[in-house]
Design a protein around this ligand. Structure first.
Ligand SMILES: *Cc1c(COP(=O)(O)O)cnc(C)c1O
Length: 425
């Protein structure tokens, strides 16, 4: 149950903002609840407007890998703000930032800063289309790549949660250039490329899906995407907006030892500020204006305050951090799994590093068709129990939960206890 002041704010918000929220999943509709308005956050804790305290497993949907309001990040932002908020001219910080990103992601030879993950994937696809002079793109059911028109086709999470297969307002002709395939289905991928490979500009994929809940890639699936793209002159794009610097400093591509043609980044690399980036092979990025004919721009792109938050965050992405996230993740995974088993509730816990989902269904989730059979009603009841016990878990069956370096073993144990009580209720 949302607190009284959140309820009052939600009332005011609904009169002015569609659904009372500035991004749909925040509305808590998928769990039959009402949103909690947040007043402040520190470390792994969120505080609502009535002073209620929660252990946060959403982490701003991914960015907060160091926990909230890390002192070094806050200081970097304050110092940058003193120097002016935006100039619309190049800065030294952007160059340092690009160098830092390239050192984490060797596949990114050249990059461009943008302000959201949506812009990053949209622009990467435009560059891939401009470079290949082809129109069609391949995406996988259940993967979400932001809300650009051609990517709102079988997009998982928010859309699946609200039972909207596609978005209204997307022209049919636009959606037609997007070819969708089931995630983790290598034979289907091979068949599509065999039939239409010469028309395909790019294949875009979440290398570990977070947007239908946490779904890892089957062995060979990501390599098949890269290889088939190469063979047919198409561009492989890893959308690492969520996985980037979450699964390893250099994202899923470092974890699995793979080299995509292009990568989209966001969330963690912006340290909680509106900053994202796309980049990849030099000859593709050389097509982007002003060097080439692919237009892409942004008034606030590479914003100096955002870049300083990103740089301060990147400075803390140490091997120690990832070792800690792995051990906290393993503790949460086994705690949730054992609890569900003891309660006799059909459940599957899937995790890669610090991304984790408790699916209310039996058996592994490998694709959207699997995820969609989860008991979302049961998830809603469980989620309400978690909130009531001070655990802020993503309010949808189809969203991954995240850990941060600020979580402690005691936080994990508290979440497991809340889950067990919630399952029993
Ligand atoms: C969050 C996300 C996006 C969109 O990023 P925004 O900053 O919300 O526009 C794109 N791709 C993936 C994989 C994401 O998780």
């Amino acid at each position: 149950m949302a607190d009284l002041q959140s309820k009052a704010l939600f009332e005011r918000a609904r009169a002015l903002i569609p659904g009372g929220v500035n991004s749909p999943v925040r509305a808590f509709r998928a769990v039959g609840g009402e949103p909690i308005f947040i007043a402040r956050a520190k470390g792994a804790r969120l505080f609502d407007v009535s002073g209620g305290e929660y252990v946060d497993f959403v982490g701003s949907w991914g960015p907060a890998i160091l926990g909230h309001a890390h002192p070094d990040v806050v200081r970097a932002v304050q110092e940058a703000a003193e120097r002016g908020l935006s100039y619309g001219a190049p800065t030294a910080g952007e160059v340092t930032f690009a160098e830092a990103v390239r050192s984490l992601y060797p596949s990114i030879h050249k990059m461009r800063c943008v302000s959201s993950g949506t812009e990053a994937t949209m622009s990467a696809i435009r560059a891939a289309r401009g470079f290949t002079k082809r129109d069609y793109i391949v995406k996988f059911e259940g993967c979400y790549h932001g809300h650009a028109d051609h990517l709102l086709v079988k997009a998982g999470s928010g859309l699946a949660t609200f039972g909207v297969p596609d978005s209204a307002g997307v022209p049919e002709g636009t959606a037609r250039t997007t070819l969708t395939l089931p995630y983790n289905d290598i034979p289907a991928l091979e068949a599509l490329f065999a039939a239409r490979g010469a028309e395909i500009a790019a294949a875009i994929v979440e290398p570990v899906v977070g947007n239908m809940g946490c779904v890892p890639p089957a062995p060979g699936f990501l390599a098949a995407i890269i290889d088939l793209c190469k063979k047919h002159g198409a561009i492989s794009i890893f959308d690492e907006v969520m996985t980037g610097s979450r699964l390893a400093r250099g994202g899923a591509q470092e974890l699995y030892g793979l080299v995509p043609d292009m990568t989209a980044l966001g969330k963690i690399i912006g340290g909680g500020m509106p900053l994202a980036a796309y980049g990849g092979r030099e000859e593709i990025m050389n097509c982007v204006a002003p060097l080439g004919p692919v237009y892409q721009a942004g008034t606030l792109s590479g914003n100096p305050v955002a870049v300083s938050a990103g740089l301060a965050t990147i400075a803390h992405l140490t091997p120690d951090l990832y070792a800690r996230l792995e051990s906290l993740g393993a503790r949460l995974e086994s705690g949730l799994r054992e609890g569900a088993k003891a309660a006799g509730v059909p459940a599957t816990v899937q995790r890669v590093g610090s991304m984790i989902t408790l699916f209310f269904r039996d058996g592994a989730v490998r694709s959207w068709d699997d995820a969609a059979t989860s008991d979302t009603k049961r998830f809603g009841t469980w989620h309400m129990g978690m909130i009531a016990r001070g655990i802020y878990w993503p309010p949808s069956q189809f969203e991954a939960a995240f850990l941060s370096g600020a979580h402690t073993e005691a936080d994990i144990d508290r979440a497991v206890k809340a889950s067990n009580e919630s399952l029993a209720a």
